[in-house]
Design a protein around this ligand. Structure first.
Ligand code: SF4
Ligand code: SF4
Length: 425
């Protein structure tokens, strides 16, 4: 997997104007040149040319990026800083190696048919020993020190029954109008199973048959974000092959990060593979569609069977929306979730200030740099408070996890949900 030509081309497009500093949530917090896209591109370029060593300072600067693409969206030359940062992380991983934990997870668990499900199912049984429930709030606190988990952090519970085990591999609609595949993603499969249930129930009510292939694995974004290109390549080839020849019209995702990885990142990462692999990746990419986009633009509103045809329990309740970075800037989906929320009878939609600003999750970023992640999150929670919303909807389970943590820390009552869940209330 060699995408060095793309990286060289991206770095060459940067004219060092510095406009990206004004939109970078990390730069806004730490105010250092190395935090913003311009600084990261200069660091990466110098290291690729052998002018800079892979020091601890270099590693921290390259790791302190949320891959939120705010810089990409606001750059006149559309420099893909996220890809440059990923390449720099890959070079770091090659030079210094990955940590033992990351190696174990990316190279043995994510790609295994049995280890990952066994580990997480086992974890769901024993989580009560390590975690305690927070009264009145949605989340768990650790009982004793755990690696990567700050004592303030609240953690969602692991589900006892993953989505892939709850449902058959094929759910046939009575009068089939369409047949789609469902890529669940790890967070929906193992934690936010209610989102998966809502997707399956709502699609079923539209006369859509669903294939949920057992062979699907993690999209690979955690490995990509840490620079383990071999691990994501293996996962990408597996996922592309798994959804091939299923006779499906679309592959539905309910996670902006998964959707963006399956389409955008797979294409970039596989661009130097054989024409046969590239052609398969392209056909896979074209089918990827976010659930809100699918319901609004393919099924069309109002969604049949939403709220079971009854008055929604949301009546007279305020709902706002947070744009997941990868859903908005990667998949370009931002109108559809809003339209979907507005279609729920009785729900009052309120736009929150800076709805498209990153929540500070950033995958492993929020584990390695929790304090910084909280600083970014605080600005988001301030915007939420201004709306006084009862529900905060967002189209990415990573954002759900992060936003619910911020809400718990502030002692707010707002509940974080996926837009598609609102249709089932
Ligand atoms: S990444 Fe774009 S906005 Fe930032 S310095 Fe380079 S050209 Fe300017
Ligand atoms: S991707 Fe986001 S966090 Fe990273 S440099 Fe760009 S704006 Fe900053």
């Amino acid at each position: 997997m060699d995408f060095s030509k793309t990286i060289t081309a991206e770095m060459a497009k940067c004219v060092h104007c510095g406009s990206c500093r004004s939109v970078c949530p990390v730069f806004a917090t730490i105010q250092r040149e190395a935090a913003a896209a311009r600084g990261k591109i200069s660091l990466a370029e110098a290291s690729f040319e052998g002018q800079l060593s892979y020091s601890k300072r270099f590693r921290v600067s390259i790791e302190q990026c949320l891959l939120c693409k705010a810089c990409v969206e606001n750059c006149a030359n559309e420099v893909k800083t996220d890809i440059v940062v990923i390449a720099a992380r890959a070079a770091l991983a090659r030079e210094k190696g990955l940590s033992f934990t990351k190696k174990l997870i990316f190279q043995h668990f994510l790609d295994s048919d049995r280890l990952m499900p066994s580990l997480l199912k086992g974890g769901s049984l024993f989580q009560a020993l390590a975690l305690r429930k927070i009264p009145e709030q949605s989340g768990l606190h650790r009982r004793f020190p755990l690696p990567y988990f700050d004592h303030r952090r609240t953690i969602p519970a692991l589900a006892k029954n993953p989505v892939l085990e709850q449902y058959p591999e094929y759910i046939s609609a009575e009068k089939e109008k369409l047949k789609v595949g469902f890529f669940t993603g790890c967070l929906i499969n193992y934690i936010y199973t209610g989102v998966g249930e809502a997707v399956i129930n709502i699609l079923g009510k539209q006369g859509i048959s669903i294939v949920i292939p057992r062979g699907q694995k993690c999209c690979g974004l955690p490995a990509l974000g840490s620079g383990d290109l071999a691990a994501i390549r293996s996962l990408a080839l597996n996922n592309i092959a798994t959804f091939e020849d299923l006779g499906i019209d679309r592959i539905i995702t309910a996670c902006g990060s998964c959707g963006s990885t399956l389409s955008e990142y797979y294409r970039t990462l596989l661009e130097t593979e054989s024409p046969e692999i590239q052609q398969k990746a392209e056909s896979f990419r074209k089918k990827i569609m976010d659930i809100s986009d699918f319901l609004v633009n393919v099924v069309k509103l109002p969604v049949a069977g939403a709220t079971n045809g009854k008055k929604s329990i949301l009546s007279d309740l305020k709902v706002t929306y947070h744009d997941p970075c990868h859903l908005r800037r990667g998949m370009k989906v931002y109108r559809a979730p809003r339209e979907l929320i507005k279609s729920v009878p009785g729900a009052e939609f309120l736009e929150m200030p800076s709805a498209d600003r990153c929540c500070g999750f950033g995958g492993s970023f929020n584990l390695s740099y929790y304090e910084l992640s909280l600083d970014v999150l605080k600005k988001k929670i301030e915007g939420l408070k201004e709306t006084g919303a009862d529900y905060l909807a967002t189209g990415c389970p990573g954002c759900i996890l992060q936003l619910q943590d911020g809400i718990n820390q502030e002692g707010l009552k707002t509940r974080v949900v996926h837009p598609v869940e609102l249709l089932t209330f």
